[in-house]
Design a protein around this ligand. Structure first.
Ligand code: BES
Ligand code: MN
Ligand code: ZN
Length: 494
């Protein structure tokens, strides 16, 4: 259902629930002069509520309101409102309300417009959309009840202003739904998303949105000599799959290639992971899910960009035909790799996918991969490692991330890190030494990009949340869909 913009004073809105932002020191403008102003001010003054991002307080029967219920949602410090705060506040708002069925919610954007730019309205809508869906995909009693919502614009908003809000709301819903789609794929139990099953689901979802999509089976993968993908898949009873996606929104202009790691379950292979490290390894296909969701969102938004996706999908298992330590694989680009740790499987499948993508001569390539635990050691769970062979591209990715509040940190790519990958038997080995594991992994990938401007996001940390809080659900995050959509919009000059 499209989100409509209601232009009238908050207190006159006829909806079962209205929601309004508050800052950490003061109620926002649209509460002023209403029966809720004194109440909100008192709650803040008494420190019963903080007005911080993620705080929510329901008030029933607010004096002078047409609506029987008002949810106050915190936006933090007024001077610090940014996309991350607006998104998180939106998540908290809808997590709070979606616990029960709600007929309709009308959300005021007055506070957002008072403190920031109109585009933050999209971030709020993205957050509201994301907060409606949780990780409880297989609960017999649903614990999340998505609700329809509208936005309330301040009374004085111009017609153009309303039109702009309509556009931002529609954008926010599409982007939020793309994040949810990626989260849903990640949160799906691993045995329900075998590579071929996931490939076909992605192909069908993409085709339905005007994206040209192909899903290769194992026979084609063998014909195309994807030695890395076949090597990793050898230990599984499930065949691998490879998906190509193409959205052409800008005629014959150059295209961006987005490459995704799609390990639907990473047991580690013969270099088996301990149970505690294996628990979340259904999320090892986050890169592929995010790449697909981004391209689908670009198509749904009608962005004037050209973008192609390359998703390498496989399980990493321990079957009787599993690759063994010391085995040598020949990758798509002809380079040979000695496998000395079967748990460093992501780089093996990305090697083929990057080589193949590079053959189509994209202007730039970005890959997303839950690649290394080392990246989490270095940067923690909320920041992605950003590695690149091109400073302009790295700068553009970082600038896009800045606009969404998703966090990246540029990492070194000095050539001496490559020394750790020397093999006595083959061109490379698939593991470096003990130190700098996220960097040696990136240097490995660089061997397969054929000199094309390329950036690699190691999303092992931000792909997954262990413990929920009011602004984040546990489970898959769909991280960097929002940033990549922003990147594409910026590259289109939108
Ligand atoms: N999928 C893992 C990386 C990972 C770890 C993602 C934790 C999310 C959370 C990857 O395939 C892996 O196992 N990497 C190894 C590489 C090592 C063997 C060089 C790692 O990080 O331990
Ligand atoms: Mn692994
Ligand atoms: Zn992995």
């Amino acid at each position: 259902m499209p989100i409509s913009i209601i232009r009238q004073p908050l207190s006159t809105v006829d909806a079962p629930w209205v929601a309004a932002g508050i800052f950490d020191k003061e109620p926002a403008a649209d509460l002023r002069g209403t029966g809720a102003e004194a109440l909100a001010a008192r709650l803040l003054e008494e420190k019963e509520i903080k007005g911080g991002v993620g705080d929510t307080v329901p008030l029933y029967e607010p004096a002078g309101f047409r609506s029987p219920a008002l949810l106050l949602f915190g936006l933090g410090a007024k001077a610090k409102l940014d996309a991350r705060a607006a998104f998180s506040a939106g998540v908290a708002l809808s997590r709070r309300l979606a616990g029960k069925p709600r007929e309709r919610v009308a959300v005021s954007v007055a506070a957002i417009l008072e403190a920031g730019d109109a585009p933050l309205v999209s971030a709020l809508v993205e957050g509201i959309t994301v907060g409606m869906r949780g990780p409880g995909l297989r609960k017999t009693e649903p614990n999340r009840h998505p609700f329809p919502f509208d936005l309330i614009a301040p009374e004085g908003t111009s017609d153009e202003g309303v039109a702009e809000l309509e556009r931002l709301a529609a954008r926010g819903a599409i982007v939020g739904e793309a994040v949810n789609e990626a989260r849903r794929m990640v949160n799906t139990p691993p045995s329900e998303k075998a590579p071929a099953v996931l490939a076909e689901a992605i192909r069908d979802a993409a085709s339905a949105c005007g994206v040209t999509a192909e899903a290769w089976t194992e026979a084609r993968i063998r014909e195309e000599r994807f030695g890395g993908l076949l090597g990793v898949a050898a230990g599984s009873d499930e065949p691998p799959a490879f998906v190509t996606l193409e959205y052409q929104g800008a005629g014959d202009a150059p295209f961006l290639a987005i490459v995704g790691k799609g390990v639907t379950f990473d047991s580690g292979g013969l270099s088996l992971k301990p149970t505690s490290s294996m628990e979340d390894m259904k999320a090892d296909m986050t890169g592929a899910a995010v790449a697909a969701a981004t391209i689908i969102a670009a198509a749904r938004l009608g962005l004037r960009v050209n973008v192609r996706g390359y998703l390498a999908l496989t399980e990493n298992m321990t079957g009787g035909r599993a690759m063994k330590l010391g085995d040598v694989l020949t990758m798509r680009n002809g380079k040979t790799v000695e496998v000395l740790n079967t748990d460093a499987e992501g780089r093996l499948i990305l090697a083929d996918a990057l080589s193949y993508a590079a053959e189509a001569a994209p202007a730039r390539m970005v890959d997303l991969a839950t690649l290394t635990g080392a990246c989490i050691v270095g940067l923690g769970t909320r920041i992605a490692g950003l590695f690149a062979n091109d400073d302009d591209l790295a700068g553009d990715v970082a600038a896009a991330a800045e606009t969404t509040g998703e966090r990246v940190w540029a990492m070194p790519m000095d050539d001496d890190f490559k020394d750790a990958l020397k093999s006595g038997v083959a061109d490379l080995k698939n593991v470096g030494g003990k130190w700098g594991g996220a960097i040696t992994a990136a240097k490995f990938l660089e061997e397969f990009v054929a000199g094309i401007p390329w950036a690699h996001l190691d999303i092992a940390g931000p792909s997954w949340v262990d413990g929920e809080n009011s602004t984040r659900d546990a489970g898959g995050t769909g991280c960097f869909v929002r940033t990549l959509v922003a990147y594409l919009e910026r590259s289109a000059g939108a």
